[in-house]
Design a protein around this ligand. Structure first.
Ligand code: ADP
Length: 252
C-alpha cells in the first residue's frame, strides 16, 4: 500500500498540521546546528595543537643553530601537543563509534568487571582507590563498553582531585537496580554546570580545568555508552567536597 497524505478539511486540522510541521522543522534545525557546532569545535580543538607544533618547529629551524638550548624545550611542547592531538582524535573516533553502535547486551557480572578494572587501575596511580563492591550483581550489558565507562569515570576522579584525596569505586544493589558509583573528594562541579558537562566539548570554566588537560569529550562518550547499555547516569555533590557519578542499571 502506498502511504497517502490525508488532506485535512477543517481549519483546525490545517492549523494542527502546520504546527506539527513547524515543530519538525525546528527539531531538524537544532540537529543541524548541533552538527555544525560539533564540526567547528572539533576543528578548533585540532587547530590549536597544530599551531603550537608548527610554531615550535619554526623556532627550532630559525634559532636551533645559534641557540641549541631552545631545542629540548620546543621538543617537549611538540611531544605534549601531539599527544593531545592523538587523544582528541581517539576521542572523536570513540564518539562517532558510540553514536552509530548498537550493542548486543548479555548477562554480565558487573561486580566482577568493576573489581578487575579497579585493581588494575590502582596500580597505575599514586592516589588511593577504594573498592566497595558487593559481589555477583548482574546486569544486561556489554563488557567492553562497561569497562570504558568505568575507566573514563575513574580517569576524571583522578584528574580532578588533589593527589592526597582518595576516591572510591562502588557497586551495590539498590531495590531492583545495580548502582555503580565513582565518588571523589576533588574539586566538585557547580550546580549550574552539572547538566552541561555531558555535552560535547564542554569543560567547567577556566579556573577549574585549564591546568588539567582534557577535550571535554569524555563524559559525552560516557553518557552515550551508558545509554547503549540501557543505563542512566547522574552526577551529584559529595560532602564535604567532591562529586559522585552514579550509573544505574536494572538488575537481572
Ligand atoms: P575532559 O575531562 O576531557 O575535560 P569530560 O567530558 O570528561 O572532559 O568532562 C567535562 C568536564 O566536567 C571537565 O572538563 C571538568 O570540568 C568536569 N568534570 C568531569 N569529571 C569531574 C570530576 N570528577 N570532578 C570535577 N569536575 C569534573
Amino acid at each position: 500500500d502506498q502511504p497517502t497524505l490525508q488532506v485535512p478539511d477543517s481549519p483546525q486540522e490545517i492549523k494542527e498540521l502546520g504546527n506539527a510541521f513547524n515543530e519538525l522543522l525546528k527539531a531538524q534545525n537544532q540537529r543541524l546546528q548541533r552538527e555544525r557546532d560539533f564540526v567547528s569545535n572539533a576543528s578548533h580543538e585540532l587547530k590549536t595543537p597544530i599551531a603550537a607544533i608548527r610554531g615550535n618547529i619554526n623556532l627550532i629551524k630559525r634559532h636551533g643553530d645559534k641557540h641549541p638550548d631552545v631545542i629540548p624545550e620546543s621538543l617537549g611542547f611538540i611531544d605534549e601537543e601531539s599527544l593531545r592531538m592523538q587523544n582528541l582524535i581517539t576521542n572523536l573516533l570513540n564518539l562517532s563509534r558510540a553514536d552509530r553502535a548498537e550493542l548486543i547486551l548479555e548477562n554480565k557480572n558487573l561486580s566482577e568487571i568493576a573489581e578487575q578494572i579497579g585493581q588494575q587501575y590502582q596500580k597505575t596511580i599514586a592516589h588511593e582507590l577504594k573498592l566497595d563492591i558487593q559481589p555477583d550483581l548482574h546486569i544486561k550489558g556489554n563488557t567492553d563498553t562497561l569497562k570504558q565507562i568505568i575507566v573514563a569515570l575513574l580517569d576524571n576522579a583522578h584528574k580532578y582531585s588533589p593527589t592526597d584525596a582518595p576516591f572510591t569505586l562502588s557497586v551495590k544493589k539498590v531495590a531492583s537496580t545495580v548502582q555503580l558509583a565513582v565518588i571523589d573528594n576533588g574539586m566538585g562541579i557547580p550546580d549550574q554546570q552539572k547538566d552541561l558537562i555531558f555535552q560535547r566539548f564542554y569543560r567547567v570554566d577556566e579556573s577549574h580545568s585549564t591546568e588539567i588537560k582534557g577535550s571535554g569529550l569524555g563524559l559525552s562518550i560516557v553518557s552515550q555508552l551508558v545509554k547503549l547499555n540501557n543505563g542512566q547516569i547522574e552526577v551529584s555533590d559529595h560532602q564535604p567536597q567532591g562529586s559522585i557519578f552514579k550509573v544505574t542499571f536494572n538488575e537481572v
